[in-house]
Design a protein. Structure first.
Length: 317
């Protein structure tokens, strides 16, 4: 439903605004800092960094601007996690109803496209809400908690497990809320939850890489760069989890809140570091990708060389 809703948003926006929307996105958000802000805003609306990345990429935000947008989208997920009371999934029925009404009453292509986009956005928010609901039973599963406790004994195995689970759920926000609930319920320790947050961020970065595996090189640069930055960030943070836990105790004594703060700290740090090297990193990844082979241009099959200078004779044959 999430992917189908995204397709409806894309089709509706293209139908309503055509090439002008893609031109506006490329022109207004071609810079890395504006793309960073765009990523934050889109994620606050969609509550999914993956959906924000795919939507922006389909509208022409690629390369270093696309990488900056992904960094902003990941920062946006931290803001969404910090403001847990604002659950936009409640707006999904209203958006779907407005979208259907506009489609049925549309008098031109633009109104029809806007209605389709609103309906798609409502379906995306509904899908994200359903993902959260499906993740709740895991919080009370004894098998799941025992498996987590055994995995935590091996830090990097725990990180890989959290990355894989996040990839399967297709939502880092769901995993952050799930881990906060597990830590708050004393199912796992605070330091274990902080360690698993690192895997969550790696797994969320792997989702756009997988979804863009058949895309052009320009669309693959940003997801690969984001995955590389998050992997480096996880390696840098993992030895200091105990020290970070001590520092977070001065900010908040609530274990669940510390997990959310760790997610925020990690993403803001990675975004700050990534923005310093975004242009060089995007260029380096682009040079490492295999060159794309262009399809040969069609050539005449039945025209003789001697008739190339005589169009009337060539057309007659």
């Amino acid at each position: 439903m999430l992917i189908w809703g995204l397709k409806r948003v894309q089709q509706g926006m293209k139908r309503a605004f055509g090439g002008r929307l893609a031109y506006f996105i490329r022109d207004r958000f071609a810079g890395v800092w504006s793309a960073l802000g765009l990523g934050v805003v889109l994620t606050l609306i969609l509550q999914s960094s993956t959906a924000s990345a795919l939507l922006a990429a389909s509208l022409g935000v690629q390369g270093e601007a696309g990488l900056a947008l992904l960094l902003g989208a990941d920062v946006g997920t931290t803001l969404v996690a910090l403001v847990l009371s604002f659950d936009l999934s409640a707006l999904s029925p209203l958006l779907v109803a407005i979208g259907v009404f506009m489609e049925l009453r549309a008098k031109d292509k633009r109104q029809h496209g806007v209605g389709e986009a609103l309906m798609g956005l409502g379906l995306m928010l509904l899908a994200l809400g359903l993902l959260r609901q499906q993740a709740v039973p895991l919080q009370g599963s004894e098998l799941f908690s025992e498996m987590l406790q055994s995995l935590i004994a091996e830090p990097w195995l725990a990180i890989l497990f959290a990355a894989l689970l996040t990839f399967l759920l297709h939502s880092s926000l769901v995993m952050v809320l799930l881990l906060a609930g597990l830590v708050g319920a004393d199912v796992i320790g605070v330091q274990s939850g902080l360690l698993l947050i690192l895997g969550v961020n790696i797994g969320s970065a792997g989702i756009p890489v997988y979804l863009s595996r058949k895309s052009t090189n320009a669309k693959r640069v940003a997801p690969l760069g984001n995955l590389l930055l998050r992997s480096i960030g996880a390696m840098a943070f993992s030895p200091w989890v105990a020290e970070i836990h001590t520092g977070l105790n001065y900010v908040s004594m609530d274990p669940a809140w510390q997990v959310v703060l760790m997610h925020c700290l990690f993403n803001v740090t990675v975004a700050a570091f990534g923005m310093l090297i975004v242009s060089k990193l995007a260029g380096w990844i682009d040079t490492r990708l295999p060159r794309e082979t262009l399809a040969p241009l069609p050539s005449p099959k039945y025209l003789k060389n001697v008739q190339d200078t005589a169009p009337s004779a060539a057309l007659a044959n």
